[in-house]
Design a protein around this ligand. Structure first.
Ligand SMILES: [Zn+2]
Length: 92
């Protein structure tokens, strides 16, 4: 599996966790009356789930596939923005 494919899978997993986190806060708010703890738990969950993101680095120059310049984007780059390496290629 290419780096781009793995990064893309991670992006989908993050989308699922984000939906789950929002649902958790909404449900807690509805049944408990407040969502402070659920909100804190959701944030921790999102940070933990997103930790593998830092491992999706370009094999040639080490630039993270989720960064476009100084910005972090939800969807990974197919081509490295620094050196142009094909992250969806056979040697990515
Ligand atoms: Zn690169």
């Amino acid at each position: 599996m290419t780096l781009y494919a793995r990064a893309r899978r991670h992006a989908w997993r993050m989308a699922a966790v984000t939906v789950l986190a929002v649902l958790m806060v909404v449900v807690a708010d509805r049944f408990v009356g407040h969502s402070t703890l659920a909100f804190a738990a959701a944030i921790v969950m999102l940070i933990l789930a997103n930790a593998p993101m830092l491992k999706f680095n370009c094999p040639r120059c080490g630039k993270n596939a989720f960064f476009r310049g100084p910005f972090v984007v939800f969807w990974p780059n197919r081509v490295c923005t620094r050196c142009g390496h094909d992250l969806d290629g056979p040697r990515a």
